[in-house]
Design a protein around this ligand. Sequence first.
Ligand SMILES: [Fe+2]
Ligand SMILES: [Fe+2]
Length: 236
Amino acid sequence: MNSHTESPFMMSWLTSLELEARTLLEELDTHPKARRLFDGSIDKNSYVHYLIQTYHYARWTTPLMAEAGRRMKRLGMHPRLGNLLLQKSDEERGHERWLLADLKNLGWSAERVERQMPSPAVTAYVAWNRFTSRSGRPEAFLGTAYVLEYLSVHRASQSVERMLAANTIPNIRKAVTFLKAHGTEDEKHVAELTALLSPLVEREEQAALLLSARTTRVLYLGLFTEETYKNAAHLS
Ligand SMILES: [Fe+2]
Ligand SMILES: [Fe+2]
């Protein structure tokens, strides 16, 4: 590919990737439940629901990303992307424990959290990323990561500030570890990811990332559509 055609094409694929993430922000901002996480008016049951469902997907991030990275290396695919997947897998290690700690401070033991079913959206998200990591295009997980990290950069710190200011959830100060850490960490992660993805010119590689970005956008909304913990306050 020559430089005459390369530049606009690269621009358009990265713009498309960012568009998926920005569209998710817009969709969440107008979603009746998600917007309440961002504006701090969310109640305890809904916040617990969000943390539990996030736990059900975050627990798979480290093993599946590692699998994707190792598979890329085994297949001799794009080594920088394979290494990035392994690096990100390490970065994500233990984040599910932050969710369990936050939930514990809201009266939910780890055992009780484990007994809650993942929602259909979370089940589909895990299954999709397991598929791409194990037998699809393994670099696709970076499209998933891009959307989730972009979301953290733009909404995680804001959510924490506003929930603390609203102070409607008892003990909320001790239940925002996961969001707090991601708001600060993911800024550099998105910058690093964007820098590494900029030079990608292979259309199939781009398409794989874009498809996972879109899948994540669609499924992430499903995190907020089911309320299955109506009696959380009484059970805790
Ligand atoms: Fe994380
Ligand atoms: Fe990150």
